[in-house]
Design a protein around this ligand. Structure first.
Ligand code: SIN
Length: 330
């Protein structure tokens, strides 16, 4: 049986329900790699989702960690309305300031120009023209966003793909003694730590000094919806493992960062205008591209994030805030 048929069958309801809701069988869920990512065909994100589509999208998201849609006709308001069906939509970013498009504080535009406005033009040269390395969105918050929805307005003819990795699969792929060992660890996540932003004389320095964001999260998080254990560290925001020496922390984090992005756990998404990626920040990391600065053509995308909960470790203990308020949506 092909992957397509298997997926459609997996999400199809019983015959009686199907008769009442004929839209169900027109959703096609196409896995994009062994662990990560599924393209969903047949959904129109510009209208309220029929319950069966909502359910199928949610199930695919929880299983594949990121889902992709093509040829969607969304503007800022439509993207926010789509997101609200899955949870409260937060402001664009804790450091969004006045960079959000007028009237849409929920929209976080992703483009070299937007990053330069948000953080300063030289900071951009240090981290890459388009944001940081592998990460889940804003993990220094006490309640990092549960989901992100990114929509492409303009993309270059080649280059600019986004990569995703499944950190539930990455955790499961570790040897049992390592899993047991890291189940009890905690780590500090701090905004800007990986690029020395606290010492920067640019706008990013003012932002992180005046409104620092830092939390202690479990290194292994229990996913609140699937119950899976996920590797909850990332090289952009995780500063150090707590309760061990700096050297021990560095070696442990190197092992875990490397594990998280082993190619077999990843998928790569090629954008087109109108494409949408919808990912679960509690079970996936993503990597913004750095291969398009020399390519003719703009790359402009718009992201929203959905309010998240406070992570909990396998011991049942929640994260603790060091600095910064909870990030709430509406
Ligand atoms: C992001 O980190 O949300 C942006 C990803 C991208 O630019 O592809």
């Amino acid at each position: 049986m092909s992957a397509t048929l298997e997926s459609v069958t997996a999400y199809a309801p019983a015959a009686s329900a199907r008769e009442k809701s004929p839209a169900v069988s027109d959703l096609r869920i196409l896995p994009q790699s062994g662990w990560t990512g599924a393209e969903i065909q047949g959904a129109d994100l510009s209208r309220p989702l029929p319950p069966a589509h909502f359910k199928a999208i949610k199930e695919a998201l929880l299983r594949w960690k990121v889902v992709f849609f093509r040829n969607q006709n969304l503007d800022h308001a439509g993207q926010i309305a789509f997101g609200r069906q899955f949870g409260p939509v937060t402001p664009g970013h804790p450091y969004e300031g006045d960079v959000a498009p007028a009237g849409f504080p929920e929209i976080h535009t992703v483009s070299p120009d937007a990053y330069a406005k948000r953080y300063g033009p030289n900071y951009q040269k240090q981290v890459g023209a388009n944001g940081p390395g592998w990460h889940a969105d804003v993990t220094p918050l006490i309640n990092p966003p549960a989901y992100s929805i990114l929509r492409a307005e303009a993309v270059p003819p080649y280059g600019g793909d986004t990569q995703f990795t499944n950190v539930a699969a990455a955790y499961a792929g570790l040897a049992e003694p390592i899993r047991k060992f890291i189940d009890g660890l905690r780590a500090e996540h701090r905004f800007g730590a990986s690029v020395g932003a606290e010492r920067s004389r640019e706008k990013i320095g003012d932002l992180v000094r005046s409104n620092p964001l830092a939390s202690i999260h479990p290194v292994v998080r229990v996913h609140p919806e699937t119950g899976e254990k996920v590797l909850y560290v990332n090289p952009s925001f995780t500063k150090q493992i707590v309760g061990v020496s700096a050297r021990e922390s560095r070696h442990l984090l190197d092992l875990l960062f490397e594990q998280a992005v082993i190619p077999e756990y990843t998928a790569r998404f090629r954008w087109e205008p109108g494409s949408v990626a919808f990912w679960d920040n509690r079970a996936a990391l993503h990597l913004a591209p750095r291969d398009f600065a020399h390519v003719e053509g703009d790359r402009i995308l718009h992201r929203i994030t959905l309010e998240g909960d406070v992570p909990v470790g396998p011991d049942g203990k929640p994260s603790e805030s060091i600095e910064g308020a909870a990030f709430k949506g509406a």
